[in-house]
Write a protein that binds this ligand. Structure first.
Ligand code: C5P
Length: 228
């Protein structure tokens, strides 16, 4: 693993619960600002996928942390490779999301993934989305956003995404799984899902993606001016 120093490029953090629109907002902001993008959930999904694939119990913290520290990944646009296998579609499956949220509650797993996330910071800047971007990974970020939406709206959005990707989906199962994932992500001891102090909070339940992006840009641009 490379332990060189992360850069001091400006960071915009976007945190929020599952299917709240973080990914869409992060991609929109990164494109508008010309920044790099970090989807930190992918790291937890990769650990969850590898645990399921290798039969590692989702409670074995030592084995899972080792697995997290040894991830050999390659990111190429939307494509994600692990140990030479292309996993972009597989990582989006609901059972991988559930496994990700279980391994993400383990302190040693989170510690093993911290450096790789911080290394994504590079000029001219980074938009990072996840659960603890503003609180733990980039607490010094110049612009922090926390987005939410009702659980019903989020289940509908995830349902649509899965169907569009040709993956199986059931709305009542999704409602239950998202509710359980929220409770686990917000209730864990280590790096729980919560808004960073001073973060802009946006409820996206009744907003479309362009309205959310406009609010976020209006908030971030003046804060980034002194750094870019
Ligand atoms: O955002 P996404 O749904 O891909 O994340 C999958 C899971 O990974 C989340 O439910 C959460 O438990 C975990 N996660 C996390 N911290 C992050 C990003 C994701 O704990 N920064």
């Amino acid at each position: 693993m490379n332990f060189s120093m992360p850069s001091s490029a400006p960071v915009v953090t976007i945190d929020g619960p599952a299917a709240s629109g973080k990914g869409t907002l992060a991609a929109g902001l990164a494109a508008a600002l010309g920044f790099h993008l970090l989807d930190s959930g992918l790291f937890y999904r990769l650990v969850g996928w590898k645990a399921l694939d290798s039969g590692t119990p989702l409670t074995d913290e030592v084995a899972l942390a080792r697995l997290a520290a040894d991830l050999r990944t390659r990111f190429d646009g939307e494509a994600v490779w692990l140990d030479g296998r292309e996993l972009s579609q597989a990582l989006r499956q609901q059972e991988v999301g559930t496994a990700a949220s279980k391994v993400a509650a383990l302190r040693e797993v989170r510690a093993a993934l911290l450096h790789a996330q911080r290394m994504a910071r590079r000029a001219p800047g980074l938009v990072a989305d996840g659960r603890d971007m503003g609180t733990v990974v980039f607490p010094e970020a110049v612009c922090k956003i926390f987005i939410t939406a009702s659980v019903e709206e989020r289940a509908q959005r995830r349902h649509k995404q899965l169907i569009e990707k040709g993956l199986p989906s059931n709305i009542s199962t999704l409602l239950q799984e998202i509710g359980e994932r929220d409770a686990r992500d917000a209730g864990r001891d280590v790096a729980p899902l919560k808004a960073a102090p001073g973060a802009l909070e946006i409820d996206t339940t009744k907003l479309d993606a362009s309205a959310v992006l406009a609010q976020a840009l209006a908030y971030c641009r003046p804060r980034l001016k002194s750094t870019v």
